[in-house]
Design a protein around this ligand. Structure first.
Ligand SMILES: [Cu+2]
Length: 127
């Protein structure tokens, strides 16, 4: 008589744990930040990009904005999109682009030493 509730308790615990696991999986960090109102702002400063991971969609037009919040000139090279932006400190540069090929790519600042210092990020194009 006593054993049945205990077993049910264990089963309940296992079920709850399973729910917890699936909840965690659902809350996993996304692949990167997507555009907001068709615009994706990439902030550059010494020595990083924010966000360091962005997500675009194939066939979806996006305006990529490089905003230089740093104290020296920075650029961003999204080679796979054929896009390169460059901005003086406190300034910004932007370009409209429509990614066509799904995949995982990298962007980076091409000024000497900047990439090595951490100015590199990832972007993905989903289909
Ligand atoms: Cu730089």
């Amino acid at each position: 008589m006593v054993k049945i509730p205990v077993r049910l308790g264990v089963i309940g615990l296992v079920a709850a744990f399973g729910l917890l696991l699936s909840a965690c999986a659902g809350a996993a960090p996304s692949a990167g930040q997507g555009p907001v109102n068709g615009e994706l702002v990439l902030k550059a400063a010494e020595w990083k990009f924010t966000p360091a991971s962005i997500q675009l969609r194939a066939g979806e037009k996006v305006t990529i904005v490089l905003q230089n919040d740093g104290k020296t000139v920075h650029d961003v090279d999204l080679a796979s999109l054929g896009v390169k932006l460059r901005a003086e400190p406190g300034k910004s540069d932007q370009i409209e682009v429509t990614p066509s090929k799904p995949g995982a790519y990298e962007f980076a600042c091409t000024l000497p030493g900047h990439r090595e210092a951490g100015m590199v990020g990832k972007f993905s194009v989903s289909s």
